[in-house]
Every structure is written in C-alpha cells, then in structure tokens.
Ligand binder design. Structure first.
Ligand code: SF4
Ligand code: SF4
Length: 300
C-alpha cells in the first residue's frame, strides 16, 4: 500500500488527494506541480517485491505494503532529485546505451539505470546513479582521519610535554558499499538472465551537500565520484533474495509482523528514530522514538 497521507510542516496529516485539491494551511509548503510529482513517485504500481524493497528490512517492507502511512513531502524530494538525475542521463543515451528498463525474474524485479559503453570503450558496463550525502560518500570511499605527529611539543597546559598532532585524511579504509553492491549485483543477475554480459559495475555518486564545511571535513572534495563495485557470488545473491522474498510473502499471507529489522537494515536505530516512514506502526520504532524523546536522565 503506498503512502496515503502527507505530513504538513506543522505535523498535521492530510490525505494526499485532499492536499492536491487544496491546501488547508495559509500557503502551500511547496509548488503544486512539485507536490504532484512527489505524489506520483509514491505509487509506482509494482506488485512483485522489487530489489529495493527486498534490500530493506522485511518488517519495514511488510508494514509499507499493509499499512496506510504518512510521508513528509520534503523528505521525498531527495528521491525525486535522484529521478531527475536519471532523466538527464536517459535523454542522452544516443540509442547505444540501455537505460531505465525494468526486468523481472521469478523472485524480484528491478530497474537498472544505465548499461553499455558508459565510461570508455568497454562494452557491458552497468552503471547506477546515486544522489547521496557526504557522510555516506565518505563511508563508501573508505575515507577516514588519523592523528599525525607534527614534531612540536605542548609547552604549557594539560598536555604539556606531549606531542602536538594534526588530522590527516587516509583513503584506504573499508569501503562501506554492501547495500549498493547487492543492489547493483541484483541488476547484473537480471541482465545476465536476459542474455546480456556485464563486464563491470560502477556507481556514479553525486554529493547532495557539496560546498559545505562539513563536506570538506569529511574529505569529500568533488561533486561526483565513480565508485567501482565488485562482483558478489551468484549463489549468495540468489539465496539472499530468495530468503527475503519468502519471508516477506509468508508474512503477507499470514498477516504476521516479521521480526524487527536487522541492526544494519535499521541503521543501528537511526532509521527507526528519524527516517522510517512506518515507524509509527512498528513497536520497535515506537520504543526507539519514546526512548530518545525522554530527558537524558530518564533515558539512561
Ligand atoms: S501543501 Fe503542504 S502544507 Fe498544504 S496540505 Fe499539502 S502538505 Fe500540507
Ligand atoms: S521502525 Fe525500525 S525496526 Fe521498525 S520497521 Fe522501521 S526500520 Fe524496521
């Protein structure tokens, strides 16, 4: 079931259809065409579980399929930015590059962004476009900071006698791209099942908060990065998606809420606290929200 309500800036909920007819506030929170585009992006009319749905926690996807829920249109705008980037690329594939085609197998469906000669002369490159935060980019690129001795010694204060240090970036850390890698590899499997050869997979990530001081402090100096993605074993991928699709379908058939989303899927509760659109229907989401809403002395 797609989202049915918008959350207004004052926290009120309004049926999306009512909002599109007329705004109950003094003034609309954004242009009407933008709201229409947001509303359209929420209901894609796809019945089978998509790769993106199976990548999320099963409980989250289950709740999104059975509950009416509300979204803040401002939050959905990030996804629309992503779609706008897709459209820019889609209009310039010049007939030799495939783009935005939805493929199915008996488990899932997925729409890859670009396939073909998209970087150099090599054929069969599968590309995915992301619009993401500098934090996620820093993690995906394996950037971290280390303390490096400057050779100078503190002469006074608490640190007297200790070596002074400065922060330096390193670019050889663990690249946290597992969710992106599973998604792109799932598209690879779908393409290969149709007879296409995928020689390379690459993500083009656009930083959505470039130009800010915090972005520079995270070591992100460019607007766009190309991030190579490694192949994941076909056997592992098929087991992963089969198990997730089975768990979701069983939960939907039995109408039994699946186990709480895994720690990684719920971003160590950050998603439950601020980003999960169905948190109000999830007991764990409610617990996290009420725990963090308590004054510090009550929360510990
Ligand atoms: S336009 Fe914005 S403020 Fe007005 S009803 Fe819709 S969501 Fe609420
Ligand atoms: S609130 Fe957290 S645990 Fe519950 S569905 Fe959302 S992400 Fe999963």
């Amino acid at each position: 079931m797609p989202a049915r309500q918008f959350i207004c800036p004052n926290g009120n909920k309004v049926a999306i259809q009512d909002c599109l007819k007329s705004c109950s506030m003094q003034q609309r929170c954004m242009f009407l065409p933008t709201l229409r585009a947001v509303a359209k992006s929420l209901d894609r009319g796809i019945k089978e579980p998509t790769v993106t749905e199976l990548l999320a926690g099963t409980r989250e996807t289950y709740l999104k399929k059975i509950m009416e829920y509300a979204v803040n249109p401002q939050d959905i705008l990030y996804a629309l930015h992503g779609q706008a980037v897709h459209t820019i690329n889609e209009n310039h594939t010049e007939g030799e590059i495939l783009s935005e085609i939805r493929l199915n197998d008996d488990i899932t469906s997925g729409k890859f962004d670009l396939y073909g000669k998209i970087i150099d002369e090599e054929e069969g490159v599968l590309g995915d476009l992301k619009v993401t935060s500098s934090y996620k980019l820093m993690k995906a690129l394996g950037i971290y900071k280390v303390d490096v001795a400057t050779g100078e010694i503190y002469k006074t204060g608490l640190k007297k006698g200790q070596m002074k240090t400065k922060k330096e970036f390193r670019y050889d850390g663990i690249r946290h791209v597992m969710d992106w890698a599973i998604q792109l590899n799932a598209y690879r499997l779908l393409l290969e099942a149709e007879g296409f050869t995928v020689n390379r997979m690459v993500i083009q990530a656009l930083c959505r908060d470039s130009g800010l001081r915090i972005t520079a402090e995270r070591g992100i100096a460019k607007n766009i990065y190309l991030i190579p993605i490694r192949k994941i074993s076909d056997h592992w991928l098929k087991r992963y998606f089969t198990a997730k699709a089975h768990n979701l379908q069983k939960a939907l058939a039995d109408r039994i809420m699946p186990h709480v989303c895994k720690v990684k899927e719920r971003w160590h509760d950050r998603k439950c606290q601020d980003y999960c659109q169905v948190a109000e229907h999830c007991p764990h989401g409610q617990t996290v929200k009420s725990r963090l809403a308590l004054p510090l002395k009550d929360a510990v």
